[in-house]
Design a protein around this ligand. Structure first.
Ligand code: DOR
Ligand code: ZN
Ligand code: ZN
Length: 433
């Protein structure tokens, strides 16, 4: 029997410290506890002053396997996830080859299980080869070993309304969710940065807010008429938040995520011309970031997802227009949420559990993550030291790539331990296995 005893943590940062006993992957006791006398192998974690949360779930991660293992593998991405407090991640389909069939998604699922640090749920492509021309075999992927629960062409938008409508209709029958990267491609030809004062000053082709908002509005209507569930990836504009509020008030089954970088960073950063800040959708204005924070606190935006996007040095350390969009996110997400949402008083730790774990698990149809911290529940857990700060160094992160926009920043909130089904996967900043 494997036994772990967490001593003196505060679940959800509430009430008096308690001890949590975990036996064979399940929480078996909560209170003032001793290690059972007959259990000499038990591991004890001294968690005085720490907050105990359900393990985080990332609905939006790019692991680059297969195809770009020079920037991230399922194993290194899993390590970054565990160190960031995650117990489950959804790996986007824009790999090479694309995860648009059962062979690839099952391969990703198995590699994740072999790595054994987080549950890696492959996202299936909506269209064959992400080409936006014909639907992939969603049913085959949903019924494969990987049991695909989320489908997305992320990186690209399912722009054809007829294809999107069909995908939504199938998704209801299969009990899965379609996650849309909302970007009307005709409005973003050659786009390099948020269309606004900064892009005008710096001479970048603009990526207008309307390219996102027009697709989100359209898809909310399509989902409503198909009686289907829609998930909106990486909401980046205040206008999108308004559309989501409107759609939710009318009973549309729509959920949405926001990235840590859209909560914290703005297009003011573009003045340096450093492509580390290039991301899709682009960094928006300070007023957008402020409204996204409010929408997340209010529940109009359901959750935080990283859009962790590792890139090789040569694809980032180059001229802006030829750099690839994307930023690392798994190991910094919690700290950015603490900085933007907890320190500002917008969310308490219960709220952090909601946006980092419970809602993403529900949206992704996971039944054993994002569960209450109670006896009988699976021990997928994260321990956070809320007061300590740390300094981000790209080279020290577990990802192969190092493209973090937070280089050198001091951030609050340290993940001190992560447990997957009662097994300690990360502790004190190190992978344990
Ligand atoms: O910034 C981004 N990077 N946005 C996307 O949609 C794709 C992603 C990637 O795969 O690098
Ligand atoms: Zn995307
Ligand atoms: Zn993405």
């Amino acid at each position: 029997m494997t036994t772990v005893l967490i001593k003196g943590a505060r679940p959800y940062g509430e009430g008096d410290p308690v001890d949590v006993l975990i036996e064979d992957g399940v929480i078996t006791d909560l209170g003032a506890l001793e290690v059972p006398a007959d259990d000499t192998d038990a591991e004890v974690i001294d968690a005085a002053g720490q907050v105990l949360l359900p393990g985080f779930v990332d609905l939006h991660t790019h692991l680059r396997e297969p195809g770009r293992e020079d920037t991230e593998t399922i194993a290194t991405g899993s390590a970054a996830a565990a160190l960031g407090g995650y117990t489950a991640v959804f790996a986007m389909a824009n790999t090479d080859p694309v995860a648009d069939n059962a062979v690839i998604v099952d391969h990703v699922w198995r590699r994740g299980q072999e790595a054994g640090l987080v549950d890696v749920h492959p996202v299936g492509a909506v269209t064959v080869g992400l080409k936006g021309e014909r639907l992939a075999e969603l049913g085959t992927m949903a019924k494969s070993e990987a049991k695909v629960k989320v489908f997305s062409d992320d990186g690209l938008c399912v722009a054809d309304p007829l294809l999107m409508r069909r995908a939504l209709e199938y998704s209801t029958a299969l009990g899965v969710v379609i996650a849309q990267h909302a970007e009307e491609p005709r409005l973003t030809v050659g786009a390099q940065a948020h269309e606004g004062e900064q892009s005008a000053r710096l001479g970048y082709t603009g990526w207008p807010a309307s390219a996102e908002e027009s697709i989100v509005a359209r898809d909310c209507l399509l989902a409503r008429h198909a009686n289907a569930r829609l998930h909106v990836c990486h909401v980046s504009t205040s206008g999108t938040a308004d559309i989501l509020r409107w759609a939710k008030e009318r009973g549309t089954q729509v959920s949405a995520e926001v990235t840590p970088h859209h909560l914290l960073l703005t297009d003011e950063r573009l003045a340096t011309y450093d492509p580390i800040n290039k991301v899709n959708p682009p960094l928006r204005t300070g007023s957008d970031a402020e409204k996204l924070r409010a929408a997340l606190a209010e529940g109009v935006i359901d959750c935080v997802a990283t859009d962790h996007a590792p890139h090789a040095v040569q694809d980032k350390d180059c001229e802006w227009n030829s750099a690839r969009p994307g930023m690392l996110g798994l190991q910094t997400a919690l700290s950015i949420v603490v900085e933007t949402m907890v320190r500002t008083g917008l969310l308490d730790w219960r709220g952090v559990a909601r946006v980092m774990s419970e809602r993403p698990a529900e949206i992704g149809n996971l039944t054993d993550h994002g569960r209450p911290i109670e006896v009988g529940e699976p021990a997928n857990l994260t321990l956070v030291d809320p007061d300590t700060e740390w300094t981000v160094r790209g080279v020290e992160l577990a990802s192969i790539a190092a493209n973090t926009p937070y280089e050198g920043m001091r951030l609050p909130g340290v993940v001190t331990a992560t447990l997957l089904r009662g097994r300690i996967t990360a502790r004190e900043g190190k992978i344990t296995q």
